[in-house]
Design a protein around this ligand. Structure first.
Ligand code: SAM
Length: 286
């Protein structure tokens, strides 16, 4: 029987501890045991896997993860939740909780400290939605030690991350994530299974880090700058967006012609490797 993740247990824990739910921390607690199990199953855990969880909350996902993994390291910003978590997870000796803002932590270093001789590191989180993008982009930039990410987020953001080129959801975030990972949408989650209910539906995605580094721009900083600039104004063509970055139209048209693109091509038509080619051309032809 779950100790935490159903509606009556969640409400009881909140009442018994006189816990005050904080909207500013994106606190929406998941209360559906079936969905909680599916999320953890999506990460394909075994007893060799060490797991990072961001935002354990009351511990609903945490208790399932802890029973299936090797070591579990959690980051929780809300100090009011720490005694509740410790109490709810008292039977698990493999859980470590860091009471801090994950965005201020050096996760790469923490992996070395807490997961010595690790065979595999995965991340599982029902993310605080207000910082979904900085958490994902920050972690992908900071570490290559996490091989699998299973994360719940607002469905709209999940669709962007997993989107293919030429679809309306496709943007700079899709490219920045797909540059490093294979991204797949796994589970749709209705707003009704949370306490309190959010205003949006959610989805769980899985990111699998590319092991073979398929994309190798000569200048990674230029690649990312270009990707951000190309999508700055959704209605504009690629050439118009790049000219807003300070490049002359003539220079951009030369680049597009050399790479075999139409002058009026839109940024969403380019996939990750197209952006690599474009950034390499701009770097080589300054
Ligand atoms: N895992 C729980 C669940 O599924 O029921 C709670 C998920 S709730 C959507 C997000 C959690 O992230 C909350 O516990 C919140 O306090 C925590 N959180 C918010 N901002 C954070 C941050 N910057 N660093 C670490 N945890 C954060």
């Amino acid at each position: 029987m779950p100790k935490i993740g159903n509606i009556s247990n969640t409400k009881k824990i909140i009442d018994d501890n006189s816990f005050f739910i904080k909207k500013k921390f994106g606190q929406n607690f998941l209360t559906d045991q079936n969905i909680l199990n599916k999320i953890v199953d999506t990460a394909l855990l075994d007893k060799d896997t060490d797991v990072i969880e961001i935002g354990p909350g009351l511990g609903a996902l945490t208790e399932i993860i802890a029973s299936k993994c090797n070591r579990l390291l959690c980051y929780e910003i809300d100090s009011d939740l720490i005694p509740i978590l410790k109490n709810n997870l008292s039977e698990y000796s493999n859980v470590e909780i860091i009471n801090n803002d994950v965005l201020k932590c050096d996760v790469n270093k923490d992996i070395d400290t807490y997961f010595k001789d690790s065979k595999r590191v995965a991340l599982i989180s029902n993310l605080p939605y207000y910082i979904t993008t900085p958490i994902i982009l920050g972690l992908l930039e900071a570490t290559d030690k996490i091989k699998t990410y299973v994360m719940m987020m607002q469905e709209e953001v999940a669709d962007r991350i997993c989107s293919k080129p030429a679809v309306k959801d496709y943007n700079a975030l899709s490219i920045a994530v797909q540059y490093r990972c294979k991204a797949t949408k796994e589970i749709r989650v209705p707003r009704t299974v949370f306490v309190p209910q959010p205003n949006v539906d959610s989805a769980v995605i899985r990111l699998t880090l590319h092991e073979d580094k398929p994309y190798n721009p000569k200048d990674e900083a230029l690649f990312f700058k270009l990707v951000r600039g190309a999508f700055a104004q959704r209605r504009k063509t690629l050439a118009n967006n790049l000219s807003l970055m300070g490049y002359s139209k003539e220079y951009i048209y030369n680049a597009l012609e050399a790479l075999g693109y139409d002058k009026s091509i839109r940024s969403e038509a380019l996939d990750v490797s197209d952006f690599v080619r474009l950034s390499d051309w701009l770097g080589d032809n300054k």
